[in-house]
Design a protein around this ligand. Sequence first.
Ligand SMILES: *Cc1c(COP(=O)(O)O)cnc(C)c1O
Length: 295
Amino acid sequence: MLINIENIYIQKLKALSINGIQTDILRLDLVHPVISGNKWFKLKYYLEEAIEQNAGCLASFGGAYSNHIVALACAGYEKGIATKGFIRGDEATPLSPTLLEAKQYGMEMVFVDRTAYRDKDAIMQLYHQPGTYWIPEGGYGKLGAKGAGDILSTADTSGYDYIICATGTGTMLSGLVQAAQDNQHILGISVLKNHNSLMSEVASLNYSNKDMAFSSIQGYDFGGYAKHTQSLIDFMNELWLSDQLPTDFVYTAKLCYGVRDLIQTNQILPGSRLLLIHSGGLQGNRSFAPGRLLF
Ligand SMILES: *Cc1c(COP(=O)(O)O)cnc(C)c1O
C-alpha cells in the first residue's frame, strides 16, 4: 500500500494551546509524503463508484501544482486503473514537481489553455471515451464530501468542541459538518479571497440530510489562493520549532495562523478543546527555494 491511514494520529499543539484553550491537530499529512490526506479521502467514494462501473480510465482537472491531480494519479496507480489529467495552461518544460510525480504514477496529461479550461463540460464532451469516469476538479461533489466525512473516524475525535479546517472548494468542510456530532462547532478558514459563495457550495453538498450548521471564516487568505507573505513563512518556521509541525503555505499554515488569531482576539471561549485538521499539501512547498523553510 502506498497510502497508510494507520499513520494518522492526533498531536498536541503547544503553539496554539494558549489563553486557556487546548488545541490539537489531526495529522492526515502522514498518510503519504506527497499525496494530500484530504484529497485521498475525497477520492475514496469516486474510486468505489468507478470500480463498480468497471471504468477503464479516471479523468479529472487541475493546475500544475494541484494536490488533487497527484492524488488521483497515485490512486489510479494503486488500483491499476489508468488516469488522465486535464491540466490548466500550456505545458511548461520542465514539468512542475507535482506533475512529474503524477507522470511517474503513470498519469497521461492533456494541457488545456486557460480559456478552454473554464468549460469543463466541453472538455468532457470532446474527450469522453467509453469507460472514462470523470471526477470533478478538486474532488468537489457529494461523493467527495462523503469521503471527507470519514476523516473524523480515523482517530477519537469525539471530545472536541471545535473542528477546524482550511477550505478551498469546501468539500472537506461539508463532509466534516455532516460527520461531526451535533454539539461540535465546525469552522472553515477560507484560503480563497472573498469566497462569498462558499456557504451555499458547502450546503449544496449535503449527502446525509443533516442540518448544515457551520461557520466560514474569511480574512486569513494572505492575498488569495497560494499567495503568501514573509510573516506567513516566519510563522511556518515558528510552528516547526515549537511543535515539529510541518505546514504548507497554501492551506494548513493559513489554517493555523487563523486559529491563533481567533484565540488571541478572544473569539473562542476559554476552556474549549479544538481539533484542527492537517489536510496535507506539503508537496506544494517544493515550489520554494531551498532553505526558506526549516523543514
Ligand atoms: C484541497 C485541499 C484543501 C481544501 O479542501 P476542499 O475540500 O477543496 O475545501 C485543504 N488542504 C489541503 C492540503 C488540500 O490539498
